[in-house]
Design a protein around this ligand. Structure first.
Ligand code: 3H9
Length: 698
């Protein structure tokens, strides 16, 4: 194996190059190599300055995350950075692409920095549940001040090259080839007779109590239980009172503390699985079909959202509606969505105008789709209606075009059978609002061709979404599992928990919303319709939330009617609790002959999660989700599951599967219809295995 760090001389400049694809991460061999290269430079009488470069599209992407949690190997990164800084001759870093985390810390150990146009200089460590651990929290504020440092580090943020130069994080802006720019800079320094210039030797940055207080207040509110962001502020604060060596010790102490947290494990799990989720053997190396020209059928909230998502990412969209009035309404919704993107700075006004005049059109005749590469149907959730749409698409669309349905629960196989080309049919389940939510469930039907699946994943990437492969069943991965933990919540309410207590407990766990707030947001008519749909096949032992039916009949449909589980008042954020709802629930308990009992917050959380994990195990066993990581990604991106818990399957492994199974069995003594342990969960417990052990399946 060639060594990832090379040393060569270009005149009086020692060029030290890191070549460790794909992101030049600072694994053990790189750290060792950098150490040795600096020693060689120190002893090289011909070399008057050194230049550190990263080969490829970026400088250094950071510490090697895959080494975290394993025994550390010498030299550690902080020592390497100190070693560079201590060098007696000047060391220059030329930064292209990105210097992130440990990568920026290496650059800060260098004496001079040239940032190439387009480069990002950032400290994203908190996104992984840790803080910068190789001097980032001590050297950054010495260069840019405490206020700018606490704006960047707890946010896991970065500065662009120009901003970095302006703030003082880099010395010079470079253009073109980083090696040439770095050599020019190094030679100029030699000519000036410039010596080493150590960031660590700079005085402590001035204390800025207001900036620290403001950052703490902000992250206390925003961090939703994450500890590393606040810890990063403590580390920056330490730089204001400690010289560099004790400051680095303090940083190290906090860094180690963060390394030990389960949040670090959860966030790093999330990092790796979101990169693994699209790796499926059946699409590896399979060329996707074209998807530049999109058709969207139906311009309601969903169709308009899908069209918006596609338009802002540069795709061409033809939207089909029933009549001109409906087409106009769809255009108005899309225009409003695009205006929102302009307001948020995601799109220029000229960009919006160009989209509306060149890339978007409506039609009332399906014939307008004759050239489309891919059509996404987003009409009413009714099998008859959908099959009719697909029969028409089958007639109109060109050979090889993809026919996709955005159904959220209907049988995609049955929809595919309405066409003469089931191999071209797939489910693309977007989440509402489709131009905002990141998740795309790719529902692969029995006959879907592999290159159609590959196209769905390529489309998701183009749209900036995260795609998860799902199999066909009622609700696919996410909504199928959701219905199980919703049912557990209803059971707890019937048994005595207030719906408000359930919502509070679920939020205390880290979910953004409780099930009843969620119901109010979606509209209680949706849940009602689902119950009606399932009524004919319902098992008599199932629990029906009769109080929710009553809310529906009272016209209390949630936020849109101002009342649902909560009362919503104009101008007030969130809803307030309503004793009338408690009374409806109390009556339902009476009718069912239930003597209400109390539930603690922990008990509510446990049952909610146990129902989720148990159903997820069934979904895995049936192959609806192929790997536990597919469930984790679904919940992180589609349901707001707290990222620092890694995902529900990772949470279950951490919580302990044996204890969960035992609890499910104990709940079954009250209700053995609902609480039936999933066979996969029983098998994993019997084998002392974890969900994680199933993640390496292709
Ligand atoms: C740190 O530095 C701690 C220090 O302060 C203190 C230490 C003492 N390590 O994202 P991509 C893999 S913490 C190992 O698809 P892109 C990734 O898994 C670190 N592996 O590429 C993937 O593997 P595979 C602070 C890494 O071009 C492949 O590289 N740094 C690492 O879209 C390609 O990744 C960060 O948090 C790593 N650090 O984006 C930056 N990074 O091909 C984390 C990537 O097998 N990284 N991989 O699936 C990123 O944000 C992006 O990868 C980056 C490139 C923007 C660099």
């Amino acid at each position: 194996m060639t060594h990832p760090v090379s040393y060569e001389r270009d005149g009086a400049v020692a060029v030290i190059t890191i070549a460790n694809p794909p992101v030049n991460a600072l694994g053990h061999a790189v750290r060792q190599g950098l150490w040795e290269a600096i020693d060689r430079f120190s002893g090289d009488a011909e070399a008057e300055a050194a230049l550190i470069l990263g080969e490829g599209k970026l400088f250094i992407g950071g510490a090697d995350i895959s080494e975290f949690g394993k025994p550390p190997k010498d030299p550690w990164l902080p020592e390497v950075v100190n070693h560079i800084e201590a060098c007696e001759k000047p060391v220059v870093a030329a930064i292209q692409g990105a210097a992130l985390g440990g990568g920026l810390e290496v650059a800060l150990g260098c004496h001079y920095r040239v940032a190439m146009k387009g480069a990002k200089l950032g400290l994203p460590e908190v996104n992984l549940g840790i803080i910068p651990g190789a001097g980032g929290t001590q050297r950054t504020p010495r260069l840019i001040g405490v206020k700018a440092a606490v704006a960047m580090i707890p946010a896991g943020g970065s500065l662009g090259a120009e901003e970095a130069v302006e703030a003082g994080l880099a010395d010079k802006l470079g253009e073109g080839d980083p090696r040439a720019a770095g050599l020019d800079y190094a030679r100029a320094l030699i000519a000036e007779g410039a010596g080493p210039r150590r960031v660590g030797a700079l005085p402590c940055p001035a204390e800025d109590a207001a900036a620290l207080d403001e950052a703490r207040a902000l992250w206390k509110k925003k961090a939703r239980g994450e500890v590393a962001r606040l810890a990063a502020i403590d580390a920056v604060e330490a730089s204001t009172r400690l010289e560099i060596a004790p400051g680095l010790d303090e940083e190290r102490r906090i860094f180690r503390e963060m390394m030990e947290t389960s949040q670090r494990a959860g966030l790093i799990h999330a990092f790796f699985i979101e990169r693994k989720v699209a790796k499926l053997p059946e699409i590896e190396g399979v060329a996707p079909r074209d998807f530049g020209k999109l058709g969207v059928i139906g311009g309601g909230t969903m169709g308009a959202g899908i069209a918006t998502a596609a338009l802002v990412r540069g795709l061409d969209v033809t939207l089909i509606e029933r009549d001109d009035a409906a087409a106009e309404r769809a255009t108005a919704t899309i225009t409003k969505n695009l205006d929102g993107a302009v307001k948020r700075g995601k799109l220029s006004e000229a960009g919006r105008d160009a989209i509306l005049s060149d890339s978007f059109r409506t039609a009332t005749d399906y014939a307008a789709l004759f050239e489309a590469d891919l059509a996404i149907e987003a009409v009413f959730e009714d099998m008859g209606v959908k099959r009719e749409v697909f029969t028409t698409l089958d007639k109109i669309m060109k050979p090889g075009a993809i026919l996709a349905t955005n159904t959220s629960y209907l049988d995609v196989n049955e929809i595919a059978e309405a066409t003469s080309r089931p191999e071209d049919v797939i489910g693309l389940h977007f989440f509402s609002p489709a131009h905002v939510m990141k998740l795309l469930e790719v529902v692969v039907a029995d006959k879907t061709a592999n290159d159609v699946t590959a196209t769905a994943f390529a489309l998701a990437k183009k749209l900036g979404k995260v795609a998860v492969r799902a199999g066909v069943c009622d609700g696919f991965i996410g909504n199928r599992i959701l219905s199980a933990y919703r049912a557990a919540a209803d059971r707890m309410v019937l048994a005595g928990a207030s719906p408000y207590a359930v919502d509070r407990a679920v939020k205390a766990f880290g979910w953004p919303m409780g099930p009843y707030e969620m119901g109010d947001l979606a509209g209680l008519d949706i849940g009602y319709a689902t119950r009606q749909r399932k009524a004919a096949t319902r098992d008599p032992r199932d629990v029906v939330p009769t109080w929710a039916d009553e809310l529906y009949h009272l016209g209390r449909l949630g936020q849109k009617t101002g009342r649902g589980y909560y009362i919503y008042e104009e101008g007030k954020r969130g809803g307030s609790e309503d004793p009338e709802v408690e009374a409806l629930v109390a009556k339902a308990r009476d009718d069912a002959g239930v003597t209400p009992r109390d539930f603690t917050e922990a008990e509510i959380q446990r049952r909610y999660m146990a129902a989720l994990v148990n159903e997820a195990a069934r979904v895995l066993e049936e192959g609806i989700a192929r790997r536990p990581l597919d469930v984790d990604v679904t919940f992180l991106y589609g349901y707001g599951f707290p990222r620092w818990r890694g995902g529900p399957m990772h949470w279950a492994d951490e919580a302990g599967l044996a204890g969960l199974l035992e609890d499910i069995k104990s709940y079954a003594t009250e209700d053995d219809f609902f609480w039936r342990p999933a066979p996969l969960l029983e098998r994993l417990v019997a084998e002392s295995a974890t969900f994680a052990s199933l993640n390496d399946k292709g």
